[in-house]
Design a protein around this ligand. Structure first.
Ligand SMILES: Cc1cc2nc3c(=O)[nH]c(=O)nc-3n(C[C@H](O)[C@H](O)[C@H](O)COP(=O)(O)OP(=O)(O)OC[C@H]3O[C@@H](n4cnc5c(N)ncnc54)[C@H](O)[C@@H]3O)c2cc1C
Length: 469
């Protein structure tokens, strides 16, 4: 591993970069970690952590009035946003400290440089201070940034992204959200539950367009029933801003409409941070959306440079970034040649009800020439949902009719994210419908719904007694 001052240099100190640095240290390497912004990157500072704690706060606010229990009093009232926001900031600061700064101290062989890096070659990283760091291998983990489509008037009007929306000084009275994938929908429902009048605009035919169609249709209806105005299959013509706020002109079918609000949030995806720091000049190929092109081992088209995390494009999740970061460092430093395998990858959208999915939809199965068996269990058959007075949603399982193996799960339910790992394991280890139905599932848990949904392939679950037996 002797090649200059360091064995490995990691550019970007987010989740992928940290995982790469730790793996490098565990393998006995001398590691340079370069971070231009706030240590920890997107997830802890402006992504997963602040959004999920604010979503929980908004849910608590919502449940003051909206719960299914007659006899339990309700109490209305506006949330104290400055306190809610300050609590979120405190949690972010705490986790940044314990999960990033303190972790770094535990690995003396990692040297942190807090400045912007440019790549000069496969072995040289130039820092903003002028210093050049030399290393045997380089791992690029520079993440992604919010991307906005070229809508006329949008750039001039200005808009919020995930970071600025969660840092707003005042809760908006009204908010337009452009984009109804995970980030847009999570924040839309959060602001609605905190009291804003929210309009969601989505160009594709459904919300969460990458998910099973039944889920998108049902979730759109649940959000509408909660008071959000949700428009799908629309085309935005222009964004304007005056002293009265924002006006977004759009067409729904042929009908011209205008949405108005105090604030505008654009959540139309994220694009790789891959330009402006030398990659182009040293043989690293970028894809159509600017993502770094890598092979199955996370090696770029420049042999000594590896890449991982959001900078290599979709799927952009923190657990994928961390997995990739560690794997890229291991492959860069050893001959292990571990393959980057994202099969059986579970995904969660933290709306309420939440969306969680893994594996194939029925249509995707057919496209792969698999004849699918499908079971769809409405939540009103799950005792936990009945007891909680919240039967919104359903569990859909997809199996291969030839082998009876589970090949997909698509869940719309409160806490769907807590249910998805079982089907993910089933898919990963090739379990059959019978394997799932024969396993114990504790009574009065939502995960019992997975067993019921598996039973529903062959049985009328309405005729089962207690405990899905
Ligand atoms: C609102 C929101 C909510 C999310 N919620 C979830 C969730 O609930 N669950 C989930 O799994 N994922 C979630 N994600 C996605 C998750 O945050 C990202 O997938 C993950 O943080 C990506 O990690 P990364 O290390 O690839 O990039 P980042 O964390 O973005 O790190 C990249 C780092 O590189 C640094 N950098 C860039 N260029 C340079 C340079 N030239 N020199 C030095 N440093 C540089 C940047 O400053 C940054 O700190 C969410 C994202 C958003 C926006």
């Amino acid at each position: 591993m002797q090649h200059g001052e360091f064995d490995i240099a990691i550019v970007g100190g987010g989740s992928a970069g940290f995982a790469a640095a730790i793996k490098g240290a565990e393998l006995g390497a001398r590691v340079a970690l370069v971070e231009a912004g706030t240590l920890g990157g997107t997830c802890v500072n402006v992504g997963c952590v602040p959004s999920k704690t604010l979503i929980r706060a908004a849910e608590a606010q919502h449940r003051r009035v909206h719960h299914g229990f007659r006899g339990v009093s309700t109490s209305d009232g506006r949330p104290a946003w400055p306190t809610v926001r300050a609590e979120k900031d405190a949690l972010v600061a705490e986790l940044r400290q314990t999960k990033y700064w303190n972790v770094l101290r535990a690995y003396p062989s990692i040297t942190l440089f807090q400045e912007r890096a440019s790549l000069v070659s496969g072995h040289q990283v130039r820092l903003a201070s002028g210093r050049t760091v030399t290393a045997g291998k380089i791992v690029v983990t520079t993440g992604a940034s919010p991307w906005a489509p070229p809508i006329p008037g949008l750039a001039e009007a200005g808009y919020l992204d995930n970071a600025s929306a969660m840092a707003l000084e005042h809760l908006p009275e009204s908010l337009i959200v452009i984009g109804a994938s995970s980030v847009g929908l999570e924040l839309a429902q959060m602001f609605a539950r905190l009291g804003a009048r929210v309009t969601v605009l989505e160009a594709l035919p459904r919300v969460v367009p990458a998910e099973d169609a039944d889920i998108g249709n049902a979730l759109g209806d649940y959000l509408r029933s909660e008071g959000l105005e949700v428009h799908t299959d629309i085309q935005i013509d222009r964004v304007g801003r005056s002293r009265d706020g924002y006006a977004v002109q759009f067409c729904a079918g042929r009908e011209p409409r205008t949405a108005r609000a105090d604030q505008l949030l654009v959540a139309t995806g994220r694009r790789a941070n891959s330009t402006g720091f030398g990659l182009e000049g040293i043989g690293v190929t970028l894809g159509k959306k600017g993502e770094i092109v890598v092979n199955d081992f996370l090696q770029t088209t420049s042999a000594d440079i590896y890449a991982a995390g959001d900078v290599i494009g979709d799927p952009m999740f923190v657990y994928v970034a961390a997995h990739g970061g560690a794997l890229a460092a291991e492959n860069a430093l050893t001959e292990h040649g571990r393959r980057y395998d994202l099969s059986a990858l579970p995904k969660v959208t933290f709306t309420d009800p939440a969306v969680a999915s893994v594996g194939l939809t029925e249509d995707q199965a057919r496209a792969q020439e698999i004849e699918p068996l499908t079971s769809k269990l409405p939540l009103e058959h799950v005792p936990r949902a009945l007891a909680a007075r919240d039967t919104r949603g359903f569990i859909k399982l997809v199996a291969d009719s030839a082998t009876q193996k589970i090949i997909g799960a698509h869940i719309l339910a409160a806490e769907a994210g807590e249910m998805i790992t079982e089907p993910a394991l089933a898919i990963k280890f090739g379990l059959t419908i019978e394997d799932v139905t024969s396993a114990f599932h504790p009574y009065l848990t939502l995960s019992e719904g997975i067993k019921l949904a598996a039973q529903a392939f062959t049985k009328d679950v309405g005729k089962l007694s207690c405990c899905a037996a």
